[in-house]
Ligand binder design. Structure first.
Ligand code: NAP
Ligand code: MG
Length: 484
């Protein structure tokens, strides 16, 4: 079937390099959140399909076709996949926008980053080695870095393909095999990627895609004795459940969870840049970004000016057709997510001062849109300050001086990211060290690179995606002793 995006639409499970319907024949609907139209019915995997996928991934992991492939050749497969994805970047971006609702220019950035991530880890494939060890005694001792095994990558709907690549690229680079479980709202680009991986030449079982529910397919993968590692991005609540479920089989787990990241504007900042950074920090990706700068902390003396400019910018940021090249605010991913965001907005209206947005919206009479919303006079203890909303809703808080700013920035259970805006280099670095978060942006916000590790402190999880650090999550260290 061809889609409006012009891509071959894959809707079956991808197991062992074969497309197959769910054994039960069950399917679920995928909706375009900008038009409310059903765009596909995708196979819903069940217990038999899960067993088959795990068996295929295990057989590949233990089999010759994958094991005997040199590290350099594994890298070459990833380079080829990157080239193929680059050739289809336009169609893939359109498909991402179709099921997610994000503006097309954002989807293009997502796909470009996915290409880079594939190339980045392709490059690592033949560069990761062990060490020789200066042990005492008549021994020669060294370490080997070996692949962990079968990896289940369970990913959310906000950056569907990009976040998946943060997991499957390093996993495949080091010689693991992968079962990818995309979010139910956004399964289409993971399936399209399977086509590319097969064409790139990955052997059967190296890369599999199982679509279906989180509490069924996701949970079954977490409990399955044939899976060695869970690489998860998603909510803190599900992250905790995964840790509990993984305990029985002592699975390796890395968790990239939610956030409520502080974006801190000091009075001595370049205010124009800071306001732009605050805007992008919360409204890029409709605020459905785990590192969104959803708590804006502003030093008292510049508070009024910052809020005024920000509110004016938010009011101009009207929701639009995600396929229109001028649109900067797309549709929220689903009706359910729209309702969640609106319920936070209602709570905010009772506790804080609404200065922009605050309403649902439609484009051409349809779609799950939410206006760019800003609340002023927000304080810890309010729902809109303490909880991750995952929508285009900003809470502005005020602080007095550096220590108060640091205290307020850290007054959260999360620790995914933070932003600091100041021209004082000493203050910038001091605050960067004092904030307990996995990423700190100084005089910028929301930038990512395949070489820059990303992940959480505190309730934002543990383990790192991207960078050299991600490779640790997919390898075991073996120490070998030789008596001399
Ligand atoms: P989620 O429920 O945590 O889902 C993430 C992934 O886990 C999806 O593939 C989901 O499948 C799967 N899953 C759900 N329950 C599972 C279980 N018991 N065992 C194993 N896998 C399971 O997140 P969401 O539904 O996408 O969004 C809910 C909230 O999570 C958001 O409002 C936001 O606060 C947070 N979130 C954070 C991030 C982030 O990047 N840190 C990203 C997205 C969402 P289904 O899609 O089939 O449920
Ligand atoms: Mg969910």
């Amino acid at each position: 079937m061809a889609t409006a995006a012009g891509t071959e639409l894959r809707t079956e499970l991808f197991v062992n390099n074969e497309w197959r319907p769910a054994a039960s024949g069950e399917r679920f609907e995928v909706t375009n959140p900008a038009t409310e139209e059903i765009i596909a019915e995708v196979a819903a995997a069940g217990p038999r399909d899960i067993d088959d996928a795990v068996a295929a991934a295990r057989a590949c992991f233990e089999g010759d076709a994958w094991r005997s492939l040199s590290a350099r050749k594994r890298g070459a497969l990833l380079y080829r996949a990157a080239d193929l994805l680059e050739q289809r970047a336009d169609q893939m971006a359109r498909l991402e926008t179709l099921h997610n609702g994000k503006p097309l220019f954002e989807s293009k950035i997502d796909v470009a980053m996915t290409v880079e991530t594939l190339r980045y880890y392709a490059g690592w494939a033949d560069k990761l080695g062990g060490q020789t060890l200066p042990v005492d005694g008549p021994f020669f001792a060294y370490t080997l870095r070996e692949p962990t095994g079968v990896v289940a990558a369970i990913v959310p709907w906000n950056f569907p393909l990009n976040l998946a690549s943060w997991k499957f690229a390093p996993a495949l680079a080091v010689g693991c095999t992968v079962i990818l479980k995309p979010a139910s709202e956004t399964p289409l680009t993971a399936l399209a990627m399977a086509d590319i991986m097969e064409q790139a030449g990955f052997p059967p079982g190296a890369f599999n895609v199982l679509t279906g529910g989180g509490s069924t397919v996701g949970a079954a993968l977490v409990k399955h004795p044939g899976v060695d590692k869970i690489a998860f991005t998603g909510s803190t609540e599900v992250g905790k459940q995964i840790m509990r479920d993984a305990a029985a089989t002592l699975k390796r787990v890395t968790l990239e969870l939610g956030g409520k990241s502080p974006n801190v504007i000091f009075a001595d900042a370049d205010l124009k840049a800071a306001v732009r950074g605050a805007q992008n920090g919360i409204f890029y990706g409709k605020g459905e970004v785990c590192a969104a700068g959803s708590r804006l902390l502003v030093e008292r003396s510049v508070h009024d000016q910052v809020v005024e400019e920000l509110a004016a910018r938010a009011q101009k940021l009207t929701p639009g057709d995600p396929f229109d090249k001028n649109t900067r605010l797309g549709a929220v991913v689903s009706k359910k997510q729209q309702q969640t965001v609106l319920s936070y907005i209602e709570a905010g209206k009772k506790e804080a001062k609404l200065v922009a947005g605050g309403n649902p919206a439609k484009v051409n009479g349809k779609g799950y849109f939410v206006e760019a919303t800003v609340f002023d006079q927000a304080k810890p203890g309010m729902k809109i300050v303490d909880e991750e909303i995952f929508g285009p809703v900003l809470a502005v808080l005020t602080f007095d001086g550096v220590d108060d700013g640091i205290r307020l920035a850290n007054q959260t259970m999360y620790g995914l990211a933070a932003g600091i805006w100041t021209k004082d280099i000493r203050k910038a670095h001091r605050v960067a060290q004092a904030i307990r978060a996995g990423t700190v942006w100084i005089n910028t916000y929301n930038f990512y690179d395949s070489s820059a590790p990303f992940g959480g402190y505190k309730a934002s999880g543990f383990g790192r995606d991207l960078g050299r650090e991600a490779l640790d999550g997919y390898t075991e260290v073996k120490t070998v002793w030789v008596g001399l």
